[in-house]
Design a protein around this ligand. Structure first.
Ligand code: ADP
Ligand code: MG
Ligand code: MG
Length: 202
């Protein structure tokens, strides 16, 4: 199908929760090497709240599902919680119709990524989640085929963006305190973005 509804969006989040459960320790290890080691715990607390809230909340549109996830992140500590929360909130705003397609997703990714950049002050190359969000957004925006092709392109772009952070030295966030020490270490926020976007593929 070339559209997504609320059930598809719940399935997307379910795949993301499962991917995170598999990768939690690895993400924590990345944050231990470049930051303070709480990334996995921060994300786990957000996703625990998101899961519980989704069990209770009636959701008629993709945006309703994403709003629940947004709220769960906004109530989470760490730098990444509020940034992911605002990213999901913008995506939710763009997806409040019964079904959405590539155009709505691209708009939501663009608005969410712009908000993260404005709030955090990071741009591409600063070794943050922005390094995965920007190429994923560009891939969705440039997509000309159907939904499946667009999501595959976005997933590949997000993963490549996350991989690119290994070579970078951070200019934002805690990783900037350790500078060269974190060269060679992937940014955990960017890897989490890759998991989110890869999970969009059914
Ligand atoms: P904290 O540093 O507060 O412990 P987390 O561990 O929750 O934060 O999240 C760390 C992630 O947050 C980093 O991997 C990076 O992707 C992201 N991040 C940190 N600072 C910024 C920023 N200014 N802009 C965008 N993303 C950021
Ligand atoms: Mg941390
Ligand atoms: Mg912290």
């Amino acid at each position: 199908s070339d559209t997504m509804d609320a059930a598809d969006t719940r399935a997307w989040m379910g795949r993301f929760f499962a991917a995170f459960d598999r990768e939690r320790q690895a993400l924590t290890d990345l944050d231990r090497r470049s930051g303070d080691g709480d990334f996995g715990a921060n994300l786990r607390s957000a996703l625990g709240r998101a899961r519980a809230a989704l069990d209770e909340a009636p959701t008629a549109t993709p945006g309703d599902v994403l709003d629940v996830v947004s709220t769960a992140f906004l109530h989470t500590g760490g730098t990444s919680g509020p940034l992911f929360g605002m990213w999901f909130r913008q995506l939710a705003k763009a997806t409040r119709t019964e079904v959405v397609g590539v155009a709505e997703l691209a708009r939501g990714f663009a608005d969410g990524t712009a908000t993260v950049r404005r709030l955090g002050g990071a741009g591409p190359g600063d070794k943050t989640m922005v390094d995965a969000l920007v190429p994923a957004t560009e891939a969705l925006t440039a997509a000309t085929g159907g939904l499946a092709d667009a999501l595959a392109a976005a997933a590949d772009a997000a993963r490549a963006g996350a991989e690119s952070t290994a070579d970078l030295v951070a200019n934002r966030g805690r990783a900037s305190y350790v500078g060269e020490v974190a060269r060679g270490v992937l940014d955990p926020g960017a890897v989490a973005v890759a998991l989110i976007v890869e999970s969009l593929r059914g």
